[in-house]
Design a protein around this ligand. Structure first.
Ligand code: AMP
Length: 618
């Protein structure tokens, strides 16, 4: 790596190629690097600006995305076109989300198992696209500060993120023009920032990472053996954080000043004014004993003791989660060697004390809790760049491995850069009634369509007993052993029919070819994702047409004539849209058909349930 002077105050730095660490947060995101001279991790910031970029996207009237602080201003004035917490949507279906009333923008309920989409005007955005807008902004900012292209990164995700959510994060990176070298767990990154797991040590260490942010709480129990981090358990509350502390204070002041709940919910300016002052008071009380202010003829006084009484039940809730996480991990709190504090809300002294008292140890809080994850990601990036020889680098897969799914799409089972040996499995099903065979085509590469990747093998799983479409459960398993040999198995779980094949993924591939395949995936990311979105919309549309047709056939007598006519027209419109090249149009027609069929489908289901229940005591 070239040695170039860096001036972080003015934010100018030049360097050949830089691998950055990115903390892609629910509320804020940050980028960090290893300082080329001090060799210490630092977050990137421009002049006196904050290092934190709000993870908020505002779409202007032309559909242009605006990201960060400028977008945050629109949360109040244009809530339906300002997207926050996109991370909460990653890799989720509508039914996974549960309560969607917490989102002020439109999330599509398309009655299917497909991943959620957000609608602004007439455009549909996937959470991958939304996250890619944030990553693109981070990339641009980093390039501006570093004065060099930024194309490689390590991105952090919560430890509980599943395979689909991790893949979605990788895709978002690719779409933003970033080669995601590694997805790292946030608690692992935070531990790295404290030097835990870095340096050769045979000692087994057990770590509790306590992460209390603005809106979420996570506790993770990790174990480090020979420099390898293993997540033993995670727990938390996806709706508990510093924002709830602010709400407690607002309620307290409202009570003291005789402000009713109706007045608060009806007067946005008043509510907003109080909330902002509550946050200021909370932060002030991390250092002082009394906060005093006045607003709108209300006197706002809060002592540290009062504040601690207010938030005590919330802090207790986090301690309960710690208890459960330890139980799940099967370890006692005395066995925890280190406690790492992450998230802005761990600055509250009561939080530190309660956590320290619970574990019976002093907590690690010397690194800025807002920056700690990004700093750890930068350390991981440095390890991958080969600059940190202290850490054991494990053998990894150079390219992703997956199988072909509907529409010629690549479904990745083992992402590139996974540690070897590695194992993954996923369930698939049939698309046609009575389908007795399934072709398993194995591919290697980073592109979204299998036709652009390298085919490794193909085999047929036959003799699946006749079942309705969607009922068979075919589990496809990938196992790469320590020698890099891939074994692919397919197993229909209901009948037990199975088949397997062995391949050598690296066979005949030079380093240059691997490099070219990676580069191609970045250059073509935009069109690849567009094609994938179109194919997915088409498959979703076709499935909806099939289900609607089946439903109509079985229930014709229970549906009104007008409903039938409207449904037929909507089906025709969807059919036509599927033949065109516009995924937004297909989504619109899917939504329209759902809007028509949902009321009678619900009516018929309710009637069926009440018939089934009649005469039975509940
Ligand atoms: P994060 O999601 O990790 O960025 O955490 C943001 C949360 O930390 C917000 O609720 C902030 O109000 C809170 N926070 C930031 N600084 C402080 C502080 N000094 N004392 C208490 N809470 C803070």
């Amino acid at each position: 790596m070239a040695k170039i002077p860096i001036n972080l105050v003015t934010g100018s730095l030049q360097q050949d190629e830089m691998i950055v660490g990115i903390d892609l947060g629910t509320t804020n995101s940050l980028v960090a690097i290893i300082h080329p001279e001090t060799k210490k991790p630092v977050v990137l910031k421009e002049h006196d600006e904050s290092s934190m970029v709000p993870s908020v996207i505002y779409f202007d009237e032309y559909g242009n995305p605006i990201v960060g602080t400028a977008a945050k201003a629109y949360l109040e004035i244009a809530p339906e076109r300002t997207i926050f917490s996109a991370k909460r949507l990653m890799g989720k279906t509508y039914s996974d989300l549960g309560n969607t009333s917490l989102f002020s923008y439109k999330i599509i309920d398309d009655n299917t198992d497909s991943l959620v989409k957000v609608k602004v005007d007439n455009t549909f955005y996937s959470p991958v696209e939304l996250s890619s807008f944030i990553l693109k902004e981070l990339k641009l900012r980093a390039e501006h500060i570093l004065k060099t292209p930024v194309t490689k990164a390590v991105i952090t995700v919560p430890a509980y993120f599943n395979d689909a959510q991790r893949q979605a994060t990788r895709d978002a990176g690719k779409l933003a023009g970033i080669d995601v070298l590694r997805i790292v767990n946030e608690p692992t990154a935070a531990s790295l920032a404290y030097g835990l797991g870095v340096g050769k040590s045979d000692q087994v260490q057990t770590i509790a990472v306590y992460d209390l942010g603005g809106g979420t709480f996570d506790i993770s129990i990790l174990r480090i053996v020979d420099g390898v981090f293993e997540v033993l358990s995670t727990h938390g509350d996806t709706y508990l954080g510093g924002d709830d502390f602010d709400k407690c204070i607002v309620q307290h002041w409202a009570g003291q000043n005789n402000i009713s709940n109706e007045e608060l919910s009806g007067n946005t300016l008043l509510a907003q004014g109080l909330r902002l002052r509550a946050e200021t008071a909370k932060k002030y009380l991390s250092e002082a004993d009394v906060y005093e202010d006045s607003f709108n003829q209300s006197s706002l006084i809060l002592t540290k003791n009062e504040f601690e009484d207010l938030i005590e039940p919330l802090v207790s809730k986090t301690i309960d989660c710690c208890n459960r996480a330890l139980k799940d991990a099967g370890i006692k709190k005395e066995e925890i060697d280190n406690i790492v504090m992450v998230g802005g809300s761990t600055r509250v002294p009561l939080v530190k004390h309660r956590v320290g008292d619970y574990f019976g140890k002093t907590v690690n809080d010397s690194v800025d809790p807002d920056e700690v994850v990004a700093l750890g990601a930068a350390i991981q990036a440095d390890i991958l760049a080969g600059n940190n020889k202290e850490v054991l680098l494990l053998d990894v897969t150079p390219l992703s491995l997956g199988i072909e799914t509907a529409g010629g799409l690549m479904d990745v089972l083992i992402p590139r850069n996974s540690k070897i040996p590695s194992k993954a499995s996923r369930q698939y099903t049939t698309q046609v009634d009575g389908q007795s065979g399934m072709r398993i085509s194995v591919y290697q590469g980073e592109r979204d369509l299998v036709k652009d990747n390298r085919k490794l093998a193909e085999f047929n799983l036959t003799q699946i007993p006749g079942m309705p479409a969607g009922l068979p459960k075919v589990e496809v398993g990938f196992l790469i052993n320590a020698d890099g040999i891939l074994t692919v198995t397919a197993n229909e779980l209901r009948s037990g029919v199975a088949q397997q094949i062995e391949v050598k993924p690296q066979y005949g591939l030079t380093d240059e070819q691997v490099e070219k395949m990676l580069l191609d995936s970045i250059t073509h990311a935009k069109e690849d994702i567009a094609t994938r979105a179109l194919t997915e919309a088409r498959t979703e549309g076709e499935q909806l047409l099939k289900t609607t047709e089946n439903f109509l056939q079985k229930n014709t007598s229970l549906i009104h004539q007008e409903e039938l006519l409207q449904t037929a027209a909507a089906m025709q419109a969807l059919q036509l849209a599927i033949t065109m090249e516009d995924k937004n149009l297909i989504q619109q027609k899917i939504e329209a058909l759902n809007d028509i069929s949902r009321p009678y489908a619900e009516r018929i289901m309710d009637a069926a349930i009440s018939t089934a229940m009649s005469g039975k005591k509940i």
